[in-house]
Design a binder for this molecule. Structure first.
Ligand code: FE2
Ligand code: FE2
Length: 328
């Protein structure tokens, strides 16, 4: 990151700096230590999210209560593990930008330090929850060719600030919707509900920082990085969404792993969640002036289920728990 302010499509540098300064002030006032906030031993022993929130919702499977309880714990643990790793990637990218910045007094640097601190607290909270959930699933995608490709790409992405920020938006918007669905559902375990609320509260500032800085980062990005945002990002984000719950989760409860995983990701119920979760990322890109209505790239249209103007295509099934899509 350079500290030299650059002209941006929608936000003047001064306004962006002021807004970021206010985010830092809010972070100082709300330092929340998860170890002090939560009683980890209070997590219930059985099903931690309702039937409606299981990713298998659209598959018409006849699962007994014990299997559903196990599946719920494995699914939540898999998502938390993904969150821990994703936040580590974000922290790496931000740390690199701080190391290479020209002016350490830029308010963006201070805010990134706040965000890194908050993410490390989230990671500690998620680790404690994973310990309590005691998952047994092994991720078959965390080895072999897939793992090598993922590692290679992550090490490249953290060096591309604009592209990384689009992925940060995805890594924050997608869990935000999933955690909103869980925190508002009556069948969610009370501890999990409270951790979700705590996380969403802090992530709202991170989303604000991402939306504020994306225009200036994109303004400084080279042609190749811009092409990646346009054509490569929707593929990566689609993959990110599909692997939040990996095939090993289904195998761990006696279902055919890859077959169930593919069926889940093709189900109308899961596709509707993906559309809803990713439309806010696209909205940020439109607001930043990166895409124009009427000329949204095909990959983004497919990812978000929208037309070339960004309007939702008809046909999505309702989200679980009667959550208002427009408000989500
Ligand atoms: Fe977080
Ligand atoms: Fe975050």
């Amino acid at each position: 990151m350079t500290a030299t302010a650059t002209a941006t499509p929608t936000t003047t540098p001064r306004t962006a700096s002021d807004r970021i300064g206010r985010l830092s002030t809010a972070s100082v006032r709300k330092v929340l230590e998860p170890e002090e906030l939560f009683d980890w031993s209070s997590l219930g022993a059985g099903q931690v999210i309702g039937d409606e929130l299981l990713t298998t919702r659209g598959l018409d499977l006849d699962l007994d209560a014990e299997t559903k309880a196990r599946l719920s714990r494995e699914e939540v643990a898999a998502m938390l593990e993904m969150g821990i790793r994703f936040e580590a990637v974000l922290n790496s990218g931000f740390a690199l930008q701080i190391a290479e910045c020209r002016d350490v007094s830029d308010p963006r640097v201070t805010y990134m330090l706040h965000e890194i601190a908050e993410e490390t607290r989230h990671q500690r909270a998620f680790i404690r929850l994973v310990e309590e959930l005691a998952p047994r699933a092994k991720n078959p995608l965390a080895r072999g060719v897939f793992d090598r490709i993922a590692t290679f790409n992550i090490r490249r992405f953290i060096k591309m600030p604009a592209f990384l920020m689009v992925l940060v938006l995805a890594g924050e918007e997608i869990p935000d919707l999933l955690q909103k669905l869980a925190s508002e559902h009556p069948d969610t375990d009370p501890l999990l509900r409270d951790v979700n609320r705590y996380h969403r509260q802090e992530e709202s500032r991170h989303l604000s920082f991402a939306r504020t800085t994306l225009p200036e980062l994109y303004g400084r990005a080279g042609r190749l990085q811009r092409l990646r945002v346009r054509y490569f990002a929707p593929l990566i984000i689609g993959g990110l969404f599909a692997t939040f719950v990996h095939p090993g989760v289904y195998a761990s409860v006696g279902l055919p792993g890859f077959k169930t995983w593919r069926a889940v990701n093709r189900s109308a119920e899961r596709v509707a969640v993906r559309h809803c979760a990713t439309r806010n990322i696209l909205k940020a890109l439109l607001d930043a002036g990166i895409f124009k209505r009427g000329r949204i790239p095909r990959g983004w249209r497919k990812l978000c289920g929208v037309d070339r103007h960004g309007e939702p295509l008809p046909g999505d099934v309702a989200l679980p728990g009667d959550v208002d899509v427009a408000a989500a």
